[in-house]
Design a binder for this molecule. Structure first.
Ligand code: UT7
Length: 330
């Protein structure tokens, strides 16, 4: 990637619902224990959104960004919403979000790459900005995972939570912002992490509903192995290609799927534990929202020029790593 005009993150925002679903709550719903969940995943609790759609959280995250940065929403050119749980299959969630936040001069559309949605969206947002095509792109990662989870399936219901985060991409001429990326996908993943029905392959019917085929299913062990090997490999490749040693990385921002996946990925990529950022204990896996929720929670620790390495892995399979130089001091 050539450095000329780059695209930098200039503001972040986030929203999680107030309602908490704790491990103790889950003990009443399925055959599990607080101890098992903490030791196998690092998760203590997650947030649940009741009676409202994904766009509600996306709008709150965007509004918190607008408030923190004092930008005029009318100056936003494009709103991208990365999500696997859009409000509706047709009618882009991003179009509704743009209208609701007052981004009346913007166009909006959705991106779907499961847990890699925000990571891939960073590339899309940055490409629009660094090419000079648009000035202000608002990228939101938002998922209401509780709308697709079977709360009788202990292998999935303990992991996922609801949330949203947002980042604003703007042009930068100081050589900071999104510097490089290494992205991949492999279609074998659709046998291991999927929602079978509700798409064109198996449209909704009373049978698909009674069979529970609209819920997320996964082969956790296989996903775990692919996640660790692919995220660590993508991170290592990106570091090597850019002559980045592990001491050059100020922060590692991995997708929050399982604390054991996070730790193993960082270890394989040679990144020291103190540089690894995690909030999975509080939110679980919020799919497209994990990366921007980390940015918002740890924003005050970032300094202008810091090297931040992102990595994500999700359904498809989709995965990759991205290197970003932070653009501002809080
Ligand atoms: O973002 C991408 C999306 N998903 C992921 O990244 C998830 C990746 N996978 C994982 O995080 C882990 O594989 C899980 C957390 C899903 C499962 O952890 P694990 O250490 O891989 O457990 P396992 O599947 O090997 O199961 C071990 C045992 C089994 O019992 P047996 O067969 O040994 O008697 C499971 O039935 O644990 C049992 N088990 C549970 N026990 C208590 C599975 N889920 C639970 C549970 N509570 N919630």
């Amino acid at each position: 990637m050539t450095i000329g005009r780059t695209a930098a993150i200039t503001a972040v925002g986030a929203y999680v619902p107030d309602q908490v679903l704790s491990n103790t709550d889950l003990e009443q719903m399925v055959d599990t224990s607080d101890d098992w969940i903490r030791s196998r995943t690092g998760i203590s609790e997650r947030r649940m959104l009741k009676d409202k759609p994904t766009s509600f959280m996306a709008i709150q995250a965007a509004k918190s960004l607008i408030e923190r940065s004092s930008i005029d929403p009318k100056t936003i050119d494009l709103v991208l919403v990365s999500t696997s749980t859009p409000d509706m299959i047709i009618a882009a969630t991003a179009a509704h979000v743009a209208t609701e936040i007052g981004a009346t001069a913007a166009f909006g559309y959705d991106l779907q790459a499961a847990c890699s949605g925000f990571l891939y969206g960073m590339s899309t947002a940055a490409a629009y900005v660094s090419s000079g095509r648009y000035q202000r792109v608002l990228l939101i990662g938002a998922d209401k995972m509780s709308s697709i989870i079977d709360y009788k399936d202990r292998t999935t219901c303990i992991i996922f939570g609801d949330g949203a985060g947002a980042a604003l991409f703007e042009p930068n001429d100081e050589g900071i912002g999104l510097m490089d990326e290494h992205f991949r996908s492999d279609g074998i993943g659709r046998d291991h992490l999927y929602i079978e029905a509700g798409g064109s392959m198996l449209p909704a019917s009373s049978e698909t509903v009674s069979n529970g085929q609209h819920f997320l299913r996964q082969d956790g062990k296989t996903v775990f192995k692919f996640a660790v090997s692919n995220m660590s490999e993508a991170t290592t490749k990106l570091m090597e290609r850019n002559d980045l040693a592990s001491e050059d990385i100020d922060f590692f921002v991995p997708h929050q799927a399982n604390q054991r996946i996070i730790d193993a990925t960082a270890q394989r990529a040679g990144i020291k534990p103190e540089k690894v950022l995690s909030n999975i204990s509080s939110y679980g896996n919020t799919t497209a929202a994990t990366l921007p929720l980390i940015l918002s929670d740890f924003e005050d620790r970032f300094q202008k020029g810091d090297n931040i390495m992102f990595a994500a892995f999700g359904g498809g399979f989709t995965w990759g790593a991205a290197w970003l130089k932070w653009a501002y001091n809080t």
